[in-house]
Design a protein around this ligand. Structure first.
Ligand code: SF4
Length: 309
């Protein structure tokens, strides 16, 4: 069966072997971050609705999970902001009730937790990974391009409220963009906000694939490590763990490559690692896809990246 809303499973930096569930159409988001690996936000919104048909997503989940694949997490994330989907809670509930052997994570930009209904919907997840990159208004606007209906103080209060209600783990992700949110002043207010939010972990990330804006560059490892030593419970996110295989993994190599690249640009070696293919095999397909102009090539900090669209 070809899946429309499920992707992977992929080895992820944080979650091990994770099956992704994509709940909203491409770049439907409440933010328009300069570093977004999916490009510019095309639908900047804070309206919650059933962006993709819940019944179809549930069908795909049932279909995929009936073979009891080996997974570390089922992760609601994808190509936009998952908490914008108005029936997210129902889908988390379905997994927890019918497939209790799997842990559920939600990767989110954290902007909607100021709404009680959103906190209520995620409460059965095992892990929430919200983002908070900036605490001063000008940096937040420049870095995250928020929808005009969002208020930074309310977002931070929402995260504090979430911590007091949510029983699972919260790992707060901070994406560092040099010269934007790594000044002493910004880091100091960020530290104060983190202390108020009190997440289980703080994970520092930086660019490793092309972002929405070409001027955005990666922070150096030493700088990230220094910031990690300043912020409470912070760590620099590690590299991908080693791969595992599952019997449910797609055998359609070209489709797998295109589907991976639709979600984020990758180098040939990323694809080789993600799809568990020999690099020569990946290159053979990439050459064909380039010739047919189904993928594009561009230069990034780590070398040449392939992207779709
Ligand atoms: S990085 Fe996440 S929150 Fe930011 S624009 Fe992209 S999808 Fe939205």
């Amino acid at each position: 069966m070809k899946y429309k809303y499920l992707y992977g499973p992929v080895p992820s930096r944080r979650l091990g072997f994770s099956l992704g569930v994509d709940l909203v159409p491409f770049k439907t988001c409440s933010l328009d971050c300069v570093y977004c690996q999916l490009g510019r936000t095309t639908n900047l919104t804070i309206d919650r609705k059933e962006y993709s048909p819940t019944a179809e997503i549930i069908d795909e989940l049932n279909q995929y999970l009936k073979s009891s694949p080996s997974l570390d997490f089922i992760t609601f994330s994808g190509s936009g902001e998952p908490t914008l989907h108005s029936r997210l809670g129902e889908m988390i509930g379905l997994v927890k009730e019918n497939y209790p052997q799997y842990k559920v994570a939600v990767l989110t930009n954290g902007t909607l937790f100021c709404r009680g209904e959103v906190r209520e919907e995620v409460k059965r997840a095992d892990l929430l990974v919200p983002s908070l990159d900036a605490v001063s208004e000008p940096v937040f606007k420049r870095l995250n391009g928020p929808h005009h209906g969002l208020n930074l103080e309310e977002i931070i209060s929402g995260l504090i409220q979430l911590r007091s209600e949510f029983e699972g783990e919260i790992w707060l992700e901070v994406f560092i963009v040099p010269n934007l949110n790594d000044s002493e002043t910004e880091l100091q207010v960020l530290k104060e906000a983190i202390e108020r939010i009190n997440p289980d972990k703080v994970q520092l990330n930086t660019l490793d694939r092309p972002g929405a804006e070409s001027w955005v560059v990666a922070a150096r490892k030493e700088r990230l490590e220094k910031i990690a030593s300043y912020l409470p419970r912070a760590e620099v996110i590690a590299k991908f763990p080693s791969e595992k295989r599952t019997g449910a993994y797609s055998k359609d190599i070209e489709a797998s490559i295109v589907s991976t690249l639709k979600r984020r640009p990758c180098t040939a070696s990323d694809l080789s690692r993600i799809l568990n293919l020999h690099p020569n095999e990946v290159n053979k397909y990439l050459h064909a896809l380039l010739e047919e102009e189904k993928v594009k090539l561009e230069e990034g900090e780590r070398g040449l990246f392939f992207r779709v669209g």
